[in-house]
Design a protein around this ligand. Structure first.
Ligand code: WTA
Length: 557
């Protein structure tokens, strides 16, 4: 455990939205916070709370977003976002979209992507945002699973949508056209007032077995989004907030869209992939004050330290990290070189919001993910579901319920029930230690899920794709430790008779996965074995043994 590391105190002379963790924790009630979001008729709408409310309260002219993509720059006020969202919402209504319908969004990180998600939610439908780098198979599996009826995309990305294989899909709307589509007036308000338990957003995520599962969240999550945005992101009215994640991932929707806008922040949307220089330049030019990113990105920046001479990052006042273990070295680097603390946060697609965090007003123990959010209780459980004493490694679990907790796994009661096999607890699948002062230290996953650059990758999905290649007989896929990406995807395969190992063949197999599934899931390394290790009785591939081989090799080196 890393408790021997030097602690980092809170910054002096600063005031924070949450100033005293212990006190707030004692008096905390989710209901008190939730009251604000319920309309007189007992109904709610998360999209209304995210944007419209601010316009009604007189903040229509405040800047809601800065969009930057290379030389392209756009700025929208809250009023403009509201009007655009209303228009999209009406177009959807005119196309017959109803409450509860699943409407997918397949777009790059642009204002249109954010507006589409909000428009869907505004009319009571369920938004299904897809990561922009998905290829045909990944797109198809997700829309088919929950029978999406409408897709909002653009004329380029539609090439990665295999329409013939998605029978439920009735309508495809192109963002190039939506703006100019006439709308029949909708009687009254376009907002559909829904129950707190009604569906909000569905995010597909990977586990260690099977295809990705559809994690469905309810409108009640808005309470969790709002209060964690206020206390953990520490948003104030003059902040410029940038979350680097795409809304196809849960961080990109909850902390890229809902939480900051519920707190009326000016957000930054940056198009394009990671490039250290562009990122530094963006912080400098837009005077970003709050920045939420992932350890892989911080490690890449750390390796290009010379850029720090070129750009002024002094606007940054609050920096946060999520998705994978944050090494103490990175925290010390940021502290010494940038003068900022990096605040690690822990949560999952399924949890809908932050559960274990470092608050800006509290001490950081580098190596720890922080302490439980107010209203959240952590348990470290043994195999029988009993709580272990402080300092022991066990299964990281959280006392149920809380507002952000998922509502269901789409169409799969059994998978949903697996998370709740110990009564009164949500089981995360992570292993962790909690110390005497309540700080939680991540140890590892308790299953075969791969975490590469903070992105969840299910080995089964990659293995299934690999064995569709004619040369591949069997495949076992694991996460191999990597200093920058945390883990990389490594595949072990056996070849069918008639095929011989060659560099070209391996590259062809790699490209096969990359162009059918998704680039981030394609194995970076492929190794051919004569045989894969298997269990004696059922003949199942032993991924753990393959992973141990990789860890052993690294240790020897
Ligand atoms: C891992 C992302 C270490 C963990 C919001 C979890 C982390 C999974 C951290 C969820 C962290 C997330 N330190 N590991 N601070 N945050 N993880 O659903 O294994 O994409 O179970 O949610 O990422 O990934 P997901």
């Amino acid at each position: 455990m890393s408790t021997i590391n030097k602690r980092i105190p809170p910054l002096k002379n600063s005031s924070y939205n949450l100033s005293d963790y212990k006190k707030i924790r004692e008096g905390f009630s989710w209901n008190d916070i939730g009251k604000d979001f319920i309309q007189k008729n007992g109904k709610v709408n998360a999209a209304y709370e995210t944007i419209d409310r601010h316009v009604e309260e007189g903040y229509g002219d405040k800047i809601a977003l800065h969009y930057v993509n290379g030389d392209e720059k756009q700025t929208y006020t809250f009023k403009e976002v509201k009007e655009k969202t209303d228009h999209y919402a009406q177009v959807l209504k005119n196309h017959g979209v109803k409450k509860g319908d699943r409407v997918f969004v397949f777009l790059p990180k642009t204002p249109d992507c954010y507006v589409s998600i909000l428009a869907i939610i505004k009319i009571g439908a369920i938004a299904g945002p897809l990561f922009e780098a998905f290829m045909q198979e990944a797109v198809k599996d997700r829309i088919n699973d929950c029978e999406g009826t409408v897709l909002i995309t653009d004329k380029e990305m539609v090439n990665r949508v295999p329409q013939d294989e998605i029978p439920s899909l009735e309508t495809i709307l192109f963002v190039e056209d939506i703006e100019s589509l006439p709308v029949k007036a909708v009687n009254g308000d376009v907002v559909e007032w829904v129950d707190v338990e009604d569906g909000l957003i569905i995010h597909y995520t990977s586990g260690s077995t099977g295809k990705p599962k559809g994690v469905l969240h309810a409108h009640r999550a808005v309470v969790h989004h709002y209060i964690s945005g206020k206390w953990v992101l520490d948003i104030k009215d003059d902040d410029v907030y940038w979350c680097t994640s795409h809304p196809g991932w849960v961080t990109g929707s909850v902390y890229g869209l809902f939480a900051p806008w519920l707190n009326r922040a000016t957000i930054v949307i940056q198009g394009g992939r990671f490039k250290a220089e562009d990122w530094y330049q963006l912080i400098d030019e837009l005077n970003v004050t709050i920045w939420y990113s992932a350890p892989t990105a911080f490690r890449m920046l750390l390796n290009q330290e010379e850029l720090l001479e070129k750009y002024d990052l002094s606007s940054l006042r609050h920096v946060l990290s999520v998705g994978e273990p944050l090494n103490p070295e990175v925290i010390y680097w940021a502290w010494n070189k940038l003068g900022v603390r990096i605040h690690d946060t822990w949560w999952m697609t399924e949890t809908g919001g932050h559960l274990i965090v470092n608050f800006p007003s509290e001490e950081i123990k580098p190596g720890s993910m922080g302490r439980a959010f107010p209203g959240i209780t952590v348990g470290i459980l043994d195999e029988e579901g009993k709580e272990l004493p402080r300092g022991s490694i066990g299964q990281l679990a959280i006392r149920t319920p809380w507002p952000g907790l998922m509502k269901e796994i789409w169409g799969n009661k059994e998978k949903f029930a697996n998370y709740f096999k110990y009564e009164g607890w949500y089981l995360s699948g992570d292993l962790a230690i909690q110390d005497e002062e309540d700080y939680v230290f991540f140890q590892s996953r308790n299953d075969d899920m791969i975490n590469s650059s903070g992105e969840r990758i299910g080995p089964f999905e990659v293995e299934s794709k690999l064995i569709e290649h004619p040369a591949v007989r069997e495949a076992g896929v694991v996460g191999k430790p990597d200093p920058i990406q945390g883990e990389i995807v490594k595949a072990f395969i056996t070849l069918r008779t008639g095929y011989v190992e060659s560099k070209e063949l391996l590259e062809e197999i790699r490209t096969f996965v990359k162009s059918n599934l998704a680039a981030h899931a394609a194995p970076k390394e492929i190794e051919i074995l004569d045989e894969l290790p298997k269990t004696k009785i059922s003949g199942k591939i032993l991924r753990r043994e393959l992973k141990e081989r990789e860890i052993e090799i690294i240790k020897v080196k």
